[in-house]
Design a protein around this ligand. Structure first.
Ligand code: PLP
Length: 384
């Protein structure tokens, strides 16, 4: 069958690839522990579920404007002011099917063939494939201790640079970038006239009393060049609702709207009512969940550093551990280690290669402390 060159050039999501393996082991009644999960184990709060069900029962089941329900948009504009120090109008906002669709649409509307997009390594694999879908080229720059390497970023800028992707809190490292470094990125974007795509999907999952900083809030000049992407998925355990959103200058938003009008149309109408409720109770959710997640972070970090080198993450729910110490003839790379852990311990992690970095594994810890302990006990038996 002759399929398009484009689809043949695109790889399957490295993280999603593990789902059938997990399912197969479960079918064999293996008691597996997955440290590969990309979502919280908390149930969607009942208030959100109730409002969504009510919306269906009240026949909120039709099309709505492509860019989203006005009521939700007003709430988001208000949230951006309150929480992100960002002042935007309704026309600067589009609601999308998860932040994944926001990112897809952004690359489609800003890229021409041959354009270059800078990505910091390690990175969430979807960026690379979406950039290829937009006929542009990803340009990878190494980070230093998971922080931005401004010298290397500066060197990577060319006349073809269209944008840089910034993801803080970061998947897979859990790193948070400093205001100082983000400001320097802003200065580079102004000087060389490129966009900053700021993926803030994990904005609320942040520890040690740190506060999330949205790069677009730093100055009007930076704001003009920043396309900020947010999500309901991780913050409110609403991954299946598929609701994300983007704020940017009107020209970008109008273009994304035009594209979305011919692809998915609006985000599921009744799901958007659930999102309205999420913004009403967002403080309550964060106050309850963050201390639990921080304890899990501390435990997972403590146990990880027994076997691997690891930088303590300050956000998201991942650790990115270095496995150099274990590399030998029998374990030549992270993929082999991950497969060994699956086979011998029934524990699943994701190899660093999926995030563009060798000799690392990503450990996701959104699970109960007892399960985290059990997972590392099993890992310990294989490694000792
Ligand atoms: N950005 C990052 C860094 C992610 O890790 C993910 C999901 O794992 C997303 C965006 C997309 O999330 P969603 O489409 O559910 O909003």
């Amino acid at each position: 069958m002759k399929l398009s060159k484009k689809i043949n050039s695109i790889s399957e999501s490295g993280t999603v690839k593990f789902t059938p393996i997990i399912n197969k082991l479960q079918e064999q009644n293996k008691e597996i522990i997955s440290l590969a999960i990309g979502e919280l184990d908390f149930e969607t709060p009942n208030e959100i579920k109730k409002i969504t069900i009510d919306a269906i029962n009240n026949n909120k089941t039709n099309y709505c404007p492509v860019s989203g329900l006005l009521e939700l948009k007003k709430k988001i504009i208000n949230k951006l002011k309150r929480k992100n120090n960002l002042d935007y109008d309704i026309e600067n906002l589009i609601i999308t099917n998860g932040s994944k669709q926001s990112l897809y649409n952004i690359f489609q509307v800003i890229c021409n063939p041959g354009d270059e997009i800078i990505i910091n390594k390690p990175f969430w694999g979807t960026y690379e494939e979406q950039i290829k879908c937009a006929d542009a080229s990803p340009i990878f720059v190494d980070t230093v201790n998971h922080q931005l390497n401004l010298k290397e970023i500066t060197k990577a800028i060319t006349k073809k640079t269209k944008a840089i992707v910034i993801n803080s809190p970061n998947n897979p490292t859990g790193a948070i970038y400093s205001k100082e470094d983000l400001t320097k990125i802003g200065e580079l974007a102004i000087k060389h006239d490129f966009f900053i795509i700021s993926d803030e999907a994990y904005e609320t999952i942040i520890y040690d009393d740190l506060k999330h900083q949205s790069i677009a809030s730093f100055s009007d000049e930076i704001k003009k060049r920043t396309i900020s992407v947010f999500s309901f998925s991780k913050s409110y355990s609403m991954t299946g609702f598929r609701i994300g959103y983007t704020v940017a200058v009107k020209e970008i938003i109008n273009s994304m709207n035009r594209l979305q009008g011919h692809s998915t149309g609006n985000v599921c109408t009744f799901a958007q009512y659930g999102a309205i409720k999420a913004l009403d109770i967002d403080n309550k959710i964060t106050n309850e969940w963050i201390p639990i997640l921080q304890r899990r972070r501390d435990l997972a970090y403590f146990l990880t550093t027994k076997y691997f080198e690891c930088i303590k993450p300050q956000g998201a729910f991942y650790l990115f551990a270095k496995i150099d110490r274990l590399i030998n003839k029998n374990i030549p790379n992270a993929t082999v280690l991950v497969n060994e852990l699956i086979k011998k311990a029934n524990v699943i992690c994701i190899p660093g290669e999926v995030f563009g970095m060798k000799n690392h594994i990503r450990i996701a810890y959104p699970l109960e402390e007892k399960r985290i302990k059990d997972a590392f006990e099993r890992i310990g038996k294989v490694l000792n």
